[in-house]
Ligand binder design. Structure first.
Ligand SMILES: C[S@@+](CC[C@H](N)C(=O)[O-])C[C@H]1O[C@@H](n2cnc3c(N)ncnc32)[C@H](O)[C@@H]1O
Length: 257
């Protein structure tokens, strides 16, 4: 007999889950859903250990989950991506980092992405942009020994570095802010849109880019990530004279290189 995914779930997995819940002590069974989520996410705890070890190499633990203090801005919870997932995102089948890329983590939180880029030995210029001054300050102090790293506190859309090329987002904010980011990127980098790529990990507001002819969406489904993720590339269109006048002069781009 052939099973579709739904039938397999109903016929085999669901009864198993119910049995496991029944035999667990009541205190643990109450947290079953969360424990199951955690066991899958951390591959039975192995990834939690890897996270701790690499975090400590860069001066402190970056795990945990903190509700945002700025919900009115559309900001989401501060929580860090697992190194295991980053290995896949930036691994040989994932997104390539070029030697002249300027890497930016929009909503860097506790700074684990920056740790990962340093850990990979990238020599690129690295930026972390964080809204919450407490997390921004802590990350800035922790990574102060690394000259390549700059932390900018405040709204990431206002603080986009002039020399950015590869932007990383782990579901930092809701749809209105994503829409604002989209518009700002096209405006700020109008002269060199072809150099911009956005890695959108856990792309909860992907609808902002779907069916938008100004953007190409490349799926990262082949990496089998824990969260659905994509690479977004702005489409280059010919600028009007007024747009050319309004955008940043090419001479100031890459001035730090
Ligand atoms: C899910 S955490 C991601 C942390 C980190 N990028 C990582 O993957 O490990 C999202 C972070 O984005 C920050 N954030 C939300 N809105 C922001 C904004 N407008 N500008 C800068 N940071 C923002 C939140 O404060 C939070 O720390």
């Amino acid at each position: 007999m052939e099973y579709s995914a739904g039938r397999l779930d109903a016929a085999v997995i669901a009864p198993w889950r119910a049995t496991v819940r029944r035999i667990l002590p009541r205190g643990i069974a109450r947290h079953y859903r969360w424990l199951r989520y955690y066991a899958i996410k951390t591959r039975l705890g192995r990834e939690a250990i890897r996270n701790i070890v690499i975090d400590w190499k860069y001066g402190g633990y970056c795990g945990g989950r903190t509700l945002t203090r700025f919900p009115e801005t559309g900001a989401h919870t501060t929580v860090s991506t697992d190194y295991y997932e980053l290995e896949k995102v930036f691994g040989h089948q994932g997104v390539s980092v070029r030697s002249n890329d300027v890497l930016v983590d929009l909503g860097c939180g506790k700074g684990r992405i920056l740790n990962y880029w340093l850990h990979r030995g990238f020599k690129n210029r690295l930026y972390g942009l964080e809204l919450d001054p407490e997390f921004a300050g802590r990350t800035a102090r922790r990574l102060a020994p690394f000259e390549a790293v700059t932390i900018l506190t405040g709204d990431a859309i206002e603080n986009l570095p002039h020399d950015a090329t590869l932007l990383f987002l782990y579901n930092p904010f809701g749809l209105p802010v994503v829409e604002r980011l989209k518009a700002r990127i096209r405006e700020k980098y109008a002269h060199r849109l072809e150099t911009i790529r956005i890695v959108y990990y856990g792309c909860m507001c992907l609808e902002a880019f779907l069916d938008d002819p100004d953007w190409t969406v490349q799926s990262l489904d082949h990496l089998q990530l824990f969260c659905r993720s994509v690479v977004l590339v702005p489409q280059v269109k010919r600028m009007t004279n007024a747009e050319v006048d309004a955008s940043e002069p090419a001479s100031v781009l890459f001035e730090q290189h």
